[in-house]
Design a protein around this ligand. Structure first.
Ligand code: SF4
Length: 361
């Protein structure tokens, strides 16, 4: 056994998290769903989404047969929507090719959409008791500090080194729930003790052998991403209002917000009135520019310039890629988080203030 495993397993018995909703049994579906939701998202945020999802889609067949729109609507607000599209796709593949059962080997799980090596390993460990190593963000941080690895963890050679260390650190035997306890302990230690900022080393079961702690390097490890300026983009969102309803269009997939419903977006150098006339044959009676809003994606910042436009020409929707909805209905569709925020701020919270319809530029 490695020097990590036993202290972590002992620590987990007392200090680990044992009552998370997906820990109730070893249902591969529940474990898979939780692992996907937990990618880039904290446990406290995930729990209500997980519970709603399990209620609506309690198994592979329910999910596979659901319309993608319903899946995206339940996912709305959790971000990284490709995760929801991949969940849906994976459920369909399992139903079609695997009699709705999950494969139990990490290598087979990895072939399914949206399941990378670490997620596949976590499912193989928790659902099937396999002896597999994980390497999510928390584990990279623990191992980089414990072993004193100085490279940036996403860089290939550093990542290879960390994978090697993660494998070498596994408990020798996977029996009697040891592999599950050890893996959960790593996750819990990263979430509660070996924190990104100000790790609580004094309570850590690894502190006597930890390189970063012993050499006062916890603030330097793991190495931060080499700095590159974050690109910025701009766009105008057109909130077209007609008879108390808003026009939403389905975003093309793949792409940012792919498959979600969104007000039409135009470039900042496009004339909104000309666009509405040419694109939809609409005449606009009044316009209102709302304050700009910034939204942070992983790789760039988007500055959104929202505009409310009151449409006078009667317009019907004969296209299944667009729909007119009251704001109170729109808010429950699969819509991006900043659009939800703008709807809440300007159409719902504002006491339905005649949907800003009397406002003029
Ligand atoms: S001793 Fe500190 S830095 Fe080292 S693993 Fe524990 S919490 Fe992390």
């Amino acid at each position: 056994m490695s020097s990590l495993a036993q202290p972590l397993i002992d620590w987990h018995k007392i200090h680990g998290r044992h009552h998370l909703p997906w820990q109730r049994n070893a249902d591969p579906y529940a474990i898979w769903l939780s692992e996907i939701m937990l990618q880039q998202t904290q446990v406290s945020t995930v729990i209500p989404y997980y519970l709603r999802f399990m209620q609506e889609f309690p198994g592979v067949d329910h999910l596979a047969q659901a319309p993608l729109d319903s899946v995206l609507a339940l996912w709305s607000g959790l971000g990284y929507y490709s995760r929801a599209r991949n969940l849906h796709r994976t459920a369909q593949i399992l139903r079609q090719d695997h009699r709705s059962q999950f494969p139990s080997k990490r290598i087979d799980l990895e072939k399914l959409p949206g399941i990378g090596r670490s997620t596949a390993a976590a499912i193989a460990v928790f659902a099937f008791g396999r002896r597999e190593a994980i390497l999510d963000g928390n584990v990279k941080r623990i191992l980089a500090r414990y072993f004193g690895i100085t490279g940036y963890p996403a860089e290939k050679s550093t990542q290879n080194k960390l994978w090697q260390l993660s494998e070498q650190s596994l408990p020798t035997h996977a029996d009697q729930g040891r592999i599950q306890s050890y893996t959960q302990a790593l996750m819990d230690l990263g979430a509660t003790v070996c924190l990104r900022r100000n790790p609580v080393c004094t309570t850590c079961p690894l502190h006597s052998d930890c390189t970063a702690h012993k050499n006062n390097l916890t603030h330097l490890l793991p190495a931060p991403k080499p700095r590159k300026p974050m690109p910025e983009k701009e766009a105008i969102l057109l909130f077209l209002v007609q008879q108390q309803k808003l026009l939403l269009r389905k975003r093309p997939s793949p792409g940012i917000w792919g498959g979600l419903w969104c007000p039409p977006e135009i470039a900042v150098d496009t004339n909104a009135l000309t666009y509405c006339q040419q694109q939809f044959g609409m005449r606009i009676q009044s316009t209102l520019k709302l304050p700009a809003m910034d939204h942070q994606f992983t790789h760039y910042k988007l500055r959104i310039y929202p505009m409310i436009l009151h449409v006078t020409t009667p317009t019907t929707s004969s296209d299944d890629q667009q729909v007119w909805l009251e704001p109170s209905m729109a808010i429950h569709q699969g819509i991006p988080a900043p659009v939800k925020k703008l709807l809440n701020q300007n159409f719902i919270v504002a006491d339905n203030h005649a949907m800003q319809m009397d406002s003029h530029e």
